[in-house]
Design a protein around this ligand. Structure first.
Ligand SMILES: CC(C)(COP(=O)(O)OP(=O)(O)OC[C@H]1O[C@@H](n2cnc3c(N)ncnc32)[C@H](O)[C@@H]1OP(=O)(O)O)[C@@H](O)C(=O)NCCC(=O)NCCS
Length: 337
């Protein structure tokens, strides 16, 4: 990019980083704009200083990756950096420029495409502009800072039991055993991983592909081979009833930049069998896992939930999570208004 633009972008990145910190301490402190498909879109501001910029990125997600289950096959993302406290005018202008850009791209027209914006959840000044352009809030990236939990007091201990301890687990008063998952649990864990995907598919957050089942099984097998374990099962009467699966810090790099620096993990799966829901299995499992994560030095846990999932937002909030980013989309991409 030409040096004048680079200077402007550098200045903007710094201003936006400061602004984000004022809005939400758990947003990243640096807000560097990545390279886009073309020069950044720029929104005019006062005194000739741009009020914001955005770069468009095109991602064609291969059919043989699990990533394609978690959204459209072709994704057009606008990465936005807006400096003013009220973002609405600049955001409106940039979304208009982006709409014109997408309208000229034949590959943005098919059904299996999306135009996407990931927006700081607490930056409420932009919501109306996003709605005006036809975007819908679909997903939330929620965050749990470990120190909040520490300040809230000790976690209720899960009572160790004889037979359960022998299997490296623990049993609570209601006969629930929580233990690490291993390769012998491949069938159950795969079933629960698929259970979340099927549940989230009802809200458009997941899209079941022909390869989804085989890819989930292969990925689960690799994950269950890891030691120490990062997946835990809740069992009742010897039968698995719930799963939490976390990506360790070294595999969470793809999303760690969305929050403050430090040891960050991504909680990829939370599932309780339908007949067991609403009786505290999920809460007991997550409390146990939080205890392990805190003990392993994890400072920040991130996860996604579908905004329209009626079970997840209240559940995660009670477990100490709150919204950090909101995922806005319009499908197909060229239908951005
Ligand atoms: C979200 C989920 C994991 C929570 O597990 P859970 O074992 O039901 O959780 P808990 O029982 O600990 O807590 C659920 C809360 O909902 C209430 N609830 C009541 N009836 C319920 C029902 N039929 N189903 C779910 N929750 C119910 C519970 O009482 C509890 O609230 P409370 O603590 O205020 O009493 C589980 O509902 C689930 O697997 N959902 C489908 C998959 C999913 O949404 N995964 C998360 C994706 S991000």
């Amino acid at each position: 990019m030409p040096w004048v633009v680079r200077d402007v972008v550098h200045d903007l990145n710094k201003a936006v980083g400061r602004r984000w910190q004022g809005l939400d301490r758990l947003l990243p402190g640096r807000a560097d704009l990545p390279e886009g498909c073309a020069a950044p879109l720029v929104a005019a501001g006062a005194n000739g200083r741009p009020a914001g910029a955005g770069v468009c990125r095109h991602q064609f997600v291969p059919a043989d990756t699990l990533n394609q289950t978690w959204g459209s096959a072709s994704r057009f993302s606008l990465i936005l950096r807006l400096r003013e406290p009220d973002t609405s005018a600049a955001l409106d202008e940039l979304l208009g420029q982006w709409r014109d850009h997408l309208a000229g791209l034949p590959e943005a027209g098919p059904v299996d495409t999306a135009a996407m914006v990931t927006w700081p959840a607490r930056d409420v000044s932009g919501v109306n502009a996003l709605l005006r352009h036809g975007m819908q809030a679909m997903t939330v990236i929620a965050v749990r800072p470990a120190e909040h939990a520490a300040a809230a007091g000790p976690v209720r201990p899960v009572r160790p039991a004889g037979p359960a301890s022998a299997r490296d687990g623990a049993e609570d008063g209601a006969g629930l055993v929580i233990r690490e998952a291993g390769l012998g649990d491949l069938d159950a864990v795969t079933e629960f991983e698929m259970g979340v995907i099927r549940y989230d598919a009802q809200f458009g957050a997941a899209i079941i592909r022909p390869a989804t089942g085989a890819l989930v099984r292969a990925e689960t097998q690799a994950a269950l081979a890891m030691r120490p374990a990062w997946a835990w099962l809740a069992e009742r009467d010897g039968q698995p009833v719930g799963l939490v699966h976390v990506q360790p810090p070294e595999r969470s790099g793809w999303i760690a930049g969305m929050t403050r620096p430090g040891v960050t993990v991504y909680l990829q799966t939370m599932f309780v069998r339908p007949g067991e829901r609403g009786s505290g299995v999920g809460a007991a499992l997550v409390r146990h896992v939080h205890g392990v994560l805190d003990g392993r030095g994890v400072q920040t846990t991130l996860l996604h939930y579908a905004l329209m999932n009626p079970l997840s937002a209240p559940f995660w909030n009670r477990m100490g999570y709150r919204p950090l980013w909101t995922g806005w989309e319009v499908r197909p991409a060229a239908s951005l208004r």
